[in-house]
Write a protein that binds this ligand. Structure first.
Ligand SMILES: Cc1ncc(COP(=O)(O)O)c(C=O)c1O
Length: 400
């Protein structure tokens, strides 16, 4: 029987259905395991393996369509570091200009130490990457892809780009954090490794920092595990257990938050205080056609530039009552932030850009809060800010 991803999310990584045994995998808290620690594959020490990592690794590997389990890391950036350790020494690494800034910072650090040469490309539909690859030696080239990008929400044609890297024998590493394996599975298009900040949608409750790399082969898995063991960036058992608990509800969370994100993006696009909205669901969005053709959804992050400048953007965020002003994304609760409040944000991201992570609350409550906050900063003739009817009126500022 072939089971759908929604079912596999719930059923994978469980112990056998044996009388008197727990339904869920238990947490094993252990630094050391009894035995002689020979080469038999038995557990010896907690930096090398943990029974609590395995159910999550099995489930995520399966969901991404990998022939082997994922490799869990202590954070998303730990998984990024693991994936980047596969880039041959001195190779040229091509990366979208608006890649997650933490990944860029790590790649720049590797470049400063002479370990690779970094080159950026723009994700704008013209696909300059394919042309560039034609002029580079494949064994000394690697490609990093992130789609949609954080926070510009540019969409790459992953199947086309990965067909190109595969045909040329170029190492390809894909950050699939924003889409999740329910929306796209880059390994099926030929990627070598997929990376996740598990902190975001996979764990889903803003209470865990964790990462994972999902390799396309046993050989790559061995290298990732070896990197994890040598560098020591291992997940704690409690975090791994929480992540699996969160993963069980991924399908319902993604379905709900994606639908709300599309609805809010459409309403924001018509609002007079809004200058631009980025969400691949919008027919006018530059990524819409590619996303509709290559993805099974449009994601739950929306980016907005309001009229006015940074001051107005910050004032709208301060006026919200239900949405929480906070970094990160992918939790059940809706959060937002102006990205340039972080000094490390990429310079070409607009100063006033606000990134919204849409959660699973009622979309009408989320919209009512956005409307009242926009109205308080951009009063419209004939449209009064109605603070009494706004959700959470009277509660502490910034509380959901
Ligand atoms: C796309 C993306 N990749 C990787 C990371 C890093 O993940 P973590 O914060 O879990 O280390 C983030 C964090 O925001 C991210 O947004």
């Amino acid at each position: 029987m072939t089971l759908s991803p929604e079912t596999r999310l719930v059923s994978l990584g469980r112990p056998g259905h044996e009388e008197d045994q727990p339904l869920n995998p238990p947490i094993t808290v252990a630094s050391t395991f009894v035995g002689r620690g020979d080469a038999s594959g038995l557990r010896t020490y907690g930096r090398m393996s943990s029974p609590t990592w395995e159910p999550f690794e099995e489930a995520l590997g399966d969901l991404e369509g990998a022939p082997v389990p994922a490799v869990l890391f202590a954070s998303g950036l730990g998984a990024v570091a693991g994936a980047l350790s596969l880039v041959p020494a001195g190779a040229r690494l091509l990366m979208p200009r608006h890649t997650y800034p933490g990944t860029i910072a790590l790649a720049r650090d590797l470049e400063a130490r002479g370990l690779l040469e970094l080159e950026f490309f723009d994700v704008d539909g013209s696909n300059p990457l394919a042309e560039r690859l034609a002029s580079l030696a494949p064994e000394r080239t690697a490609v990093w892809l992130e789609s949609p990008t954080n926070p510009m929400l540019e969409v790459s044609d992953l199947p086309a780009l990965l067909a190109e890297t595969r045909a040329r024998g170029v190492l390809s590493l894909v950050d699939n954090t924003f889409a999740t394996p329910l929306v796209q599975r880059p390994l099926e298009s030929g990627a070598d490794v997929v990376v996740h900040s598990v902190t975001k949608y996979l764990a889903g409750h803003s209470d865990v920092v964790l990462g994972a790399a999902v390799p396309a082969t046993e050989e790559l898995r061995g290298r990732l595990v070896s990197h994890r063991t040598l560098h020591g960036a291992i997940a704690g058992p409690f975090e791994a257990w929480l992540a699996l608990r969160g993963l069980r509800t991924l399908a319902v969370r993604v379905e709900r938050s994606q639908a709300s994100a599309a609805e809010l993006a459409a309403r924001l696009a018509c609002h007079p205080a809004v200058e631009t909205v980025r969400h691949p669901s919008l027919p006018s969005d530059p990524g819409h056609e590619t996303a509709a053709r290559t993805m099974d959804g449009f994601g739950s992050v929306v980016s907005v530039c309001l009229r006015g400048g940074v001051e107005e953007a910050d004032a709208v965020i301060a006026a919200l009552r239900l949405w929480t002003s906070a970094t990160s994304l992918g939790g059940v609760e809706s959060t937002l932030e102006r990205r340039h409040r972080h000094p490390g944000e990429v310079a070409s991201v607009p100063e006033r850009l606000i990134r919204l992570s849409v959660g699973i609350e009622s979309v009408e409550d989320l919209w009512a809060d956005l409307e009242q906050a926009l109205a308080s900063v951009f009063p419209q003739p004939g449209r009064e800010a109605d603070s009494d009817s706004a959700p959470g009126a009277g509660s502490a500022s910034g509380q959901a």
